[in-house]
Design a protein around this ligand. Structure first.
Ligand code: PXG
Length: 442
């Protein structure tokens, strides 16, 4: 039951909250009750600026009318259609629209319901691809330290965030990891792509030599690692990964769950860096975060490799009840319309300098040991309190929320990724908020 005055439920106990300090939250809940464009409304009526696009997903800002209307109309017309052995028009239309905007050659789309599902789908496509090509010995998957690829078993196996892995048994076997590219000693306070560390891609050559290329199926990386605290690829790093994969017949997977749909100032990170992977995982911004959905893009050769054998047989034993759900597709089409009408897929490139100036003006504020930026993403790394990691950034998060700004923290890093509709004036406001918060916390 809701208390209609303050909209707060009178019992918070049943809901086990994801990736949340449940006990802390339930003692002092932070409730959001409405949202519009750049702002949330908290239950006490305060406006909270969204410095994180929700969780890196609401790229066009909140409660955009076109998207709302599309969802309402679709829900009234065709609410659900079976995803297996049946079709409905809007899912084909949406796949075509996505393929048309994807990097060159990525012209087939497999729908999922989240980034985690997109990642596990991509890993399965990679393994099965080698097998249908007669290369079943290629079973190894290579991820990277500090990588985040969602929370399903495939994703945490190739992922490199220790807390997300250590409780969950043996994970997938046959996985190895590249070193992460975070070199604060050399690259601290770099604007954009760091100078140092491009050669870390050569470690892939070493790993491939160790296992032999004939056992390696795919390499998966986030072009810009988001969740771990915004690690930007050093100059030349992604190109070098591409070259090594090509040399050895290994598939390159870009996890673009965060970087997709305009976050860097180009539709995808593949466009931004001029490096096209073989498989690309997306979610979040594909529907502006409004309805759960993910989309895995694959190259024609990969898709076509499955299209053999008797035509009445299923080619790929994988899919979800809600793959290509009609309401999600309607939300997605309206989202693409909104992005296109407002130029949002490239808007971050127009704002990037102003954003970088603002962020780097925080150098010298208390506790700040590094600042990183690219497109409309930024990170401010704080010196942790001795013996109490994460505490300082978490108190920044609480203080910021009290003062009307939503930020994300991971470890002792503040991550920022505002909706792509943000104005320069609002960027200044956001940065001023952060500055004040840094001066307030212990
Ligand atoms: N891959 C990447 C690169 C991600 O960033 C996922 C996969 C998983 O997506 P789903 O939809 O299953 O959550 C993600 C998700 C944060 C944060 O603040 C990041 C994510 C999710 C929630 C919070 O760092 N990324």
């Amino acid at each position: 039951m809701l208390d209609r005055l303050n909209k707060r439920p009178n019992d918070l106990s049943a809901f086990w909250m994801p990736f949340t300090a449940n006990r802390q939250f339930k003692q002092a809940p932070r409730m959001l009750v409405a949202a519009k464009d750049m702002h949330y409304t908290a239950e006490d009526g305060r406006k909270i600026m969204d410095g994180t696009s929700g969780l890196w997903c609401v790229n066009a800002g909140h409660c955009r009318p076109k998207i709302t209307e599309a969802i309402q109309q679709q829900a009234a017309e065709l609410d659900y259609a079976p995803a297996f052995q049946m079709g409905h028009p809007i899912v084909f239309e949406f796949a075509n629209r996505l393929a048309a905007m994807a990097p060159e050659g990525m012209d087939h789309v497999f729908f999922t319901n989240s980034g985690s599902e997109s990642v596990d789908t991509a890993l399965k496509i990679a393994l099965a691809y080698h097998r249908v090509k007669g290369n079943g010995s290629r079973f190894r998957l290579i991820g990277r330290e500090r990588g985040y690829h969602g929370v399903n078993f495939g994703g945490i196996s190739v992922g490199g965030i220790v807390t997300n892995r250590k409780m969950f048994g043996t994970l997938l076997t046959g996985v190895d990891h590249l070193q992460h590219t975070h070199l604060p000693g050399k690259n601290a306070f770099t604007r954009g792509e760091p100078e140092h560390g491009g050669d870390l891609a050569d470690e892939l050559e070493r790993i491939v030599t160790l296992h032999d290329a004939s056992t390696v199926a795919a390499v998966i990386v986030e072009p810009v690692a988001g969740s771990t605290g915004v690690l930007i690829p050093p100059k030349g790093y992604l190109k070098r990964l591409r070259e090594i994969c090509d040399k050895h017949g290994i598939l390159l997977i870009f996890d673009e769950v965060i970087t997709g749909f305009g976050r860097l100032g180009a539709p995808f990170a593949a466009d931004y860096f001029g490096v096209v992977p073989d498989i690309m995982t997306t979610a979040k911004g594909v529907t502006n975060g409004v309805i759960p959905m993910g989309a895995v893009f694959v190259r024609k050769e990969i898709h076509d490799a499955f299209m053999n054998g008797p035509e009445h047989l299923i080619e790929f034993f994988h899919g979800y009840t809600y793959s290509g759900n009609p309401i999600a597709c309607a939300a997605g089409l309206a989202t693409l319309d909104t992005y296109q009408e407002e130029g949002l897929l490239t808007r971050a490139s127009e704002l990037a300098d102003h954003w970088a100036d603002g962020l780097h003006s925080l150098k010298g504020e208390p506790h700040v040991i590094d600042i990183r930026n690219i497109g409309l993403v930024g990170a401010i790394e704080l010196e942790g309190i001795a013996g109490e990691p994460t505490k300082r950034a978490f108190s920044a998060f609480i203080k910021a929320f009290e003062r009307g700004l939503l930020i994300r923290t991971t470890g002792d890093i503040i991550a920022l990724s505002p909706p792509l509709i943000i104005t320069k004036g609002q960027i200044d406001e956001l940065i001023d908020h952060v500055r004040e918060v840094l001066r307030m916390i212990d």
